[in-house]
Write a protein that binds this ligand. Structure first.
Ligand code: FAD
Length: 242
């Protein structure tokens, strides 16, 4: 009964929220400039950077799909995959769930507008803390997105990346920045072996940045703990049941 009532009231609430101009949030508009297929159903949307939108590498936003008002079907958390110094924003997502949100992106075209609000998140490198430390990034699938942002913003700090996927995003970026020797491309079957190798050959006080689905994050976190990597050395971003 209550669930039924909620379903009835929700669209009215969101329509009113739209009519009153979304009080309480600043909604930025951005134009899709390019759409890049990374692999399979994974696409990157390159969008214009709205004036006044600032963020730290690794943060995420609330992304509003094209041709939508803010409602439960049209907004998702999405990490910014570009670095703060880039002249565009990049968002990468797997469209294969076919949700209403993903369908709107599947039919999006260059020139369409999207919405962005509420920059958030603590999955970032504290450059002071990272000074004199080695950084190890571990990405599961689409969990590579905030790591691309962070890496593009690192200058002198030494880092390595273990990237477990069915396919790999940003090939030009990894090639272009000459970082290929720092990256171990792997998959779900071999990721722990690759990680063991990195743990064994990294300084004891290295910092580990981990991002992916709940399942991936839980598995890797457990493995790090078994290898005596302390909690304070692990920074994680959990994308949920993706
Ligand atoms: C901080 C943060 C950053 C993120 N950054 C990114 C990013 O950069 N790129 C990215 O792609 N995603 C990112 N995500 C995840 C993203 O917000 C979405 O949760 C994800 O893309 C799934 O959205 P969806 O619309 O495809 O699925 P949703 O409709 O939201 O469903 C989510 C999941 O619920 C389950 N589900 C939903 N409906 C059903 C059903 N009827 N039956 C069974 N199961 C169901 C499925 O497992 C599904 O995958 C991030 C999440 C967080 C928290």
């Amino acid at each position: 009964m209550i669930a039924h009532l909620k379903n009835l009231i929700r669209p009215i609430y969101f329509r009113l929220y739209h009519l009153f101009g979304y009080p309480g949030i600043v909604l930025h508009r951005a134009t899709i400039r390019d759409i890049v297929q990374e692999y399979n159903q994974v696409y990157t949307y390159v969008v214009s950077k709205p004036a006044g939108l600032t963020f730290t590498a690794g943060q995420y936003v609330h992304l509003v799909a094209p041709r939508s008002i803010i409602d439960q079907n049209s907004v998702r958390h999405m990490s910014i995959a570009s670095g703060p110094e880039e002249d565009c924003l990049r968002f990468t997502m797997d469209l294969s769930s076919n949700s209403k949100f993903k369908k709107k992106f599947a039919t999006a075209r260059v020139g369409d507008q999207i919405g962005i609000h509420s920059v958030k998140g603590h999955f970032s490198v504290d450059k002071k803390e990272a000074e004199d430390r080695a950084l190890v990034f571990i990405a599961g699938g689409i969990g590579i997105t905030p790591i691309r942002s962070i890496v593009s913003d690192l200058n002198t700090v030494p880092w390595r990346l273990i990237y477990a996927g069915k396919g790999y995003c940003y090939r030009d970026f990894w090639n272009h920045t000459g970082n290929l020797k720092k990256i171990k491309f792997t998959n779900r079957e071999t990721v722990l072996e690759a990680l063991q190798n990195v743990i064994d050959t990294s300084p004891k006080d290295s910092l580990y940045y981990l991002c992916g689905s709940s399942e991936f994050v839980a598995t890797i976190r457990g493995f790090l703990a078994n290898n005596r990597i302390e909690d304070h050395q692990v920074i994680l971003e959990n994308f949920g049941d993706i």
